[in-house]
Write a protein that binds this ligand. Structure first.
Ligand SMILES: Cc1cc2nc3c(=O)[nH]c(=O)nc-3n(C[C@H](O)[C@H](O)[C@H](O)COP(=O)(O)OP(=O)(O)OC[C@H]3O[C@@H](n4cnc5c(N)ncnc54)[C@H](O)[C@@H]3O)c2cc1C
Length: 408
């Protein structure tokens, strides 16, 4: 039994805190919303925390304060499991949180009945799924394990007019603090995690890490994949971004891509049929990559290992270790973005807990608890300065998604 309790009036909270603390022991988990004032003025030292403290005084029931009722359903909805009973208790407007939860629960229950076995969650925090550790909740977080589950979930949401996004390892993403309205599909495990070698080719699911591809290739004495070693993303994100390093880009090695098209059909297209640009494959904006085949060539394992070590060493010595989203800006034609940002004197500039990396000007790092707002403010400052002082219009490489405020 999970209880979301909204204390009513400051005076009652003060007088009855002890009794509430005892009564709430009947729950397994308690969330406490801010006090519903009902026209009363605040009383010093009396808040939702008063109830949390009283629950802790009178037993072992865990109790947590939620500081914003508008987001209470996100917190409660993210921890619930099948079979849980949720009670919203209070004389104010706490039922609104319950209504939002019921709406979203119905949606994923319908998806579960149409597409059994698929893993899904409400309001999964994107800060858990992005390498920069920033981002509000995804309204519906879906983890398909095979093409059919993927296809069915996309069709399900599209049929209801619910927007669909796809997220890989989140290593080139900046998700706004209000999170992502609609469905976020995260292909994971199962077929999406497979990496298979056939001759000089490797077929990988979009949920496989680039790092895995490079080590599988080395184990099979295949060269050409060493540059992937230090890219912290998955195959799907690498395809969409046409990721690259050491003078190689993903599409230099792609033989074919299997994807789900806008009509919900699974198709395979050869390299020549797909247009790719620097850090951009426009077609994968509309379509969802599911699997891809890459070409390497036979090589000596010692040489391959040497290049892997060089790549690793280069990254350790030139890139920050702190949480980041990789390069923030695309390189303009005239100068590297990192060099430009360094020349403009931005290294170590901070907004809140976001900082322009002292190691590499094109990285913004999270110094612990940064918000998307902090990172976006730095991005804007850098863009403005580049335009004003160098007449360079910087374009972001990092993909910026989501809403400033949670609208769901
Ligand atoms: C420390 C660090 C170093 C980095 N170094 C490099 C580098 O050297 N070179 C480089 O190119 N990048 C680099 N990056 C950026 C990033 O790792 C790559 O762009 C990577 O390919 C993104 O993959 P991902 O799985 O994390 O994608 P995500 O960040 O999850 O997504 C990126 C974009 O791809 C889309 N997408 C994801 N999966 C799919 C799919 N299956 N179908 C269609 N669209 C999809 C998403 O919607 C989003 O728009 C670095 C990042 C970090 C944090």
């Amino acid at each position: 039994m999970i209880v979301l309790f909204q204390p009513h009036r400051f005076s009652r909270t003060q007088k009855l805190a002890d009794d509430f603390g005892k009564a709430l022991q009947l729950a397994d988990l308690v969330f406490v919303a801010p006090i519903y004032a009902a026209s009363e003025d605040p009383i010093d030292g009396v808040s939702g925390q008063t109830i949390v403290d009283a629950v802790h005084t009178h037993g072992d029931t865990p109790a947590l304060l939620i500081d914003d009722l508008a987001k209470a359903h996100h917190v409660v909805g993210n921890v619930i499991e099948a079979g849980d009973l949720i009670l919203t208790l209070g004389a104010g407007n706490v039922h609104e949180a319950g209504n939002k939860l019921i709406h979203d629960l119905k949606v994923i229950e319908e998806l579960a009945s149409e597409c059994g076995g698929i893993s899904m969650k409400l309001y999964e925090l994107m800060s858990r799924h992005t390498t920069i550790r920033v981002g509000g909740p995804a309204q519906y977080w879906i983890e398909p394990e095979d093409f059919e589950q993927f296809r069915k979930s996309v069709r399900f949401f599209k049929a209801r007019g619910i927007p669909v996004r796809i997220v890989g390892r989140g290593s080139n993403l900046l998700i706004r603090d209000g999170g992502i309205r609609g469905a976020v599909i995260h292909p994971k495990g199962g077929r999406f995690g497979e990496v298979k070698v056939h001759g000089e080719m490797i077929t990988a699911g979009v949920g496989a890490r680039f790092k895995k591809l490079s080590s599988v290739a080395r184990d099979h004495h295949l060269e050409g994949f060493e540059w992937m070693e230090g890219i912290p993303g998955n195959v799907g994100g690498g395809l969409r971004m046409n990721a690259g390093a050491m003078g190689v880009e993903t599409f230099d090695q792609v033989v074919s891509v299997t994807f789900l098209d806008e009509d919900g059909e699974v198709r395979t297209r050869n390299r020549e049929e797909i247009e790719s640009f620097y850090r951009n494959v426009p077609e994968l904006n509309q379509n969802y990559a599911l699997e891809a085949t890459f070409l390497g060539s036979k090589g000596e394992i010692e040489d391959i290992q040497k290049r892997l070590d060089e790549s690793r060493h280069h990254r350790i010595t030139t890139q920050p270790k702190a949480a980041s989203a990789g390069c923030i800006f695309k390189n303009p034609s005239s100068v590297g973005a990192g060099k430009l940002i360094d020349e403009m004197g931005f290294k170590t500039t901070r907004t809140g807990k976001a900082e322009v990396s002292p190691e590499h000007g094109n990285f913004i790092v999270n110094r612990g608890g940064a918000s998307a707002e902090d990172v976006l403010a730095l991005i804007e400052q850098i863009k403005e300065q580049a335009l004003k002082t160098r007449e360079i219009a910087l374009e972001t490489e990092v993909q910026i998604l989501g809403e400033d405020d949670s609208l769901f």
